[in-house]
Write a new protein. Structure first.
Length: 130
């Protein structure tokens, strides 16, 4: 049992697990922001453009059951906005990474100037040859 607990502790304290936990918490908070943006700003604007339609009130009655497809439409809009934002963030990160990679390639192409010690040793070598 001690081995299992120690193994679990080592797993749980790895950087990747902690990073993932932070990402989940931030993602949940970001999800609330996006949901509010969609519900309170974007959906009403789309509703106005489409002739004053309120998505949240859209529903279809089947017997005693109410199918709220307007909420589904709002969730789809939520998803599309989150996907767009994530795409833009990943694209920005990739662009920055590419710029850094190109910068490193330029640095690698330039030969490093020899140190003062190497220059001095070369001078000594050259003077000994004469």
């Amino acid at each position: 049992m001690k081995g299992f607990v120690a193994e679990f502790k080592a797993f749980a304290m790895k950087g990747n697990v902690i990073d993932l936990a932070v990402a989940v918490v931030i993602g949940a908070a970001f999800g609330k922001i996006v949901s509010s943006l969609v519900a309170n700003i974007i959906t009403p604007i789309i509703g106005l453009i489409m002739g004053g339609i309120d998505f949240s009130g859209m529903a279809y009655m089947v017997g005693d059951a109410e199918i709220t497809y307007g909420v589904f439409i709002q969730s789809v809009i939520d998803f599309l906005i989150v996907a767009l934002v994530i795409f833009m963030v990943v694209k920005g990160i990739n662009k920055a990474k590419d710029a850094l990679d190109k910068e490193e390639e330029v640095k690698e192409e330039k030969p490093a100037e020899p140190s003062e010690e190497v220059k001095l040793l070369r001078e000594i070598r050259d003077s000994v040859k004469k």
